[in-house]
Ligand binder design. Structure first.
Ligand code: GCU
Length: 346
């Protein structure tokens, strides 16, 4: 199958056939995705500060975990912004790998977070709640959305870009700590937040693993040639236009003309590891199209290192224990076989 546009052909027509040239191609792809799909993520040059609201003295999950509640703050363009971050560490584990999850609910005892399984396998998990950042609707004035000037030329940020931005600010804080394994950090999200994790990870190379769960249209799913049951840009324009920039809307029914496709989203994390998880009954997200993007991105990984893996489990649209175990198995295997850091090529 031919993927369009070709992931390794630079704008000047030359091939990204070395890691150095791929770094240039990656920058081009990120720019196309920002301009045409998600909108530009606001620039951030400052520093975050953090206040511990609740210290880790409390033990949770049979005493195997500790919970810290932290407020992360920073100066945005038009004022100061703060959001809560919860950090759960496995007690007695030195240097645990870390998941940074953006989730649908504030509560950490949540159907998408099998907390005991995660900490009992020796992983730490940090969680932010997406609507603590900005609401999940077209209101571009509340929360973080109101604190940055939004370009009106079609490239202004959609909500996914703002949620992705917040994940990077959470990472800014987390990387100031020294109690987890900074070479094995994963960003993870499900569905609209799987789209967000992919976009965040594509831009922010501090994440060694970029974990997409049932992310579908606007996430891992390749747009061209989707099956009839699958979600399309046309549907999203009607229901969720605010997740993206306005420029994306013009591609409804014109996917063949797109100067990008979702293999760019996966390929922009080449050099690192992208795990794309689908579910057999999640036809709306289109598992085959999700796999296609991984295949289309493969040449980028062949040049830059790392890999993109597609995995499909039985069942419905859900962030399940099975999915977490797949991610944890993969990360454990990677650590045991020598880690990730030597593969980063940019
Ligand atoms: C809808 C939407 C999907 C999205 C999902 C979710 O089904 O069409 O694109 O992934 O919501 O985020 O739950």
């Amino acid at each position: 199958m031919k993927f369009s546009p070709d992931i390794l052909t630079l704008k000047d027509g030359t091939q990204a056939d070395t890691p150095e040239k791929f770094a240039l191609r990656r920058a081009e792809m990120l720019d196309i995705l920002a301009r045409e799909e998600y909108g530009y993520i606001p620039e951030f040059k400052g520093e975050v500060s953090a206040q511990v609201i609740k210290s880790s003295d409390d033990r949770i999950c049979a005493g195997h975990g500790s919970l810290e509640e932290i407020t992360v703050s920073f100066d945005a363009e038009k004022g100061r912004f703060s959001f809560p971050l919860k950090l759960i560490m496995p007690v007695g584990v030195k240097n645990p790998p870390l998941f940074l999850l953006i989730n649908f609910r504030q509560e950490i005892y949540d159907k998408y977070i099998p907390l005991e399984e995660i900490i009992d396998r020796g992983f730490a998990v940090a969680v932010i709640y997406y609507q603590d950042i900005t609401s999940d609707d077209g209101d571009m004035a509340n929360g973080l959305a109101g604190l940055y000037t939004r370009p009106t030329d079609g490239t202004g940020f959609g909500k996914i870009s703002l949620w992705a931005f917040a994940l990077s600010r959470a990472a800014d804080y987390l990387f100031t700590r020294d109690d987890f394994d900074k070479e094995n950090v994963a960003v993870i999200g499900h569905s609209r937040l799987g789209k967000t994790a992919l976009w965040c990870g594509a831009n922010d190379s501090r994440f060694d693993y970029v974990l997409s769960n049932c992310s579908g249209c606007g996430g891992a799913a390749y747009e061209k040639g989707k099956r009839p049951e699958a979600e399309t840009i046309e549907h999203m324009n009607k229901v969720f236009p605010f997740w993206f920039c306005e420029n994306r809307q013009k591609y409804a029914g014109r996917e063949d003309e797109m100067p990008f496709d979702q293999h760019f989203l996966i390929g922009a994390s080449a050099g690192r590891r992208v795990l794309v998880e689908s579910a057999t009954e999640d036809l709306w997200a289109d598992p085959q199209a999700e796999e296609r993007s991984c295949i289309g991105a493969k040449p980028a990984f062949d040049i830059a290192g790392g890999e993109a893996v597609h995995h499909i489990r039985h069942g419905k649209h859900f962030l399940s224990r099975n999915d977490w175990n797949f991610y944890m198995d993969y990360i454990s295997r990677t650590i045991n076989s020598g880690g990730t850091d030597n593969e980063k090529q940019y």
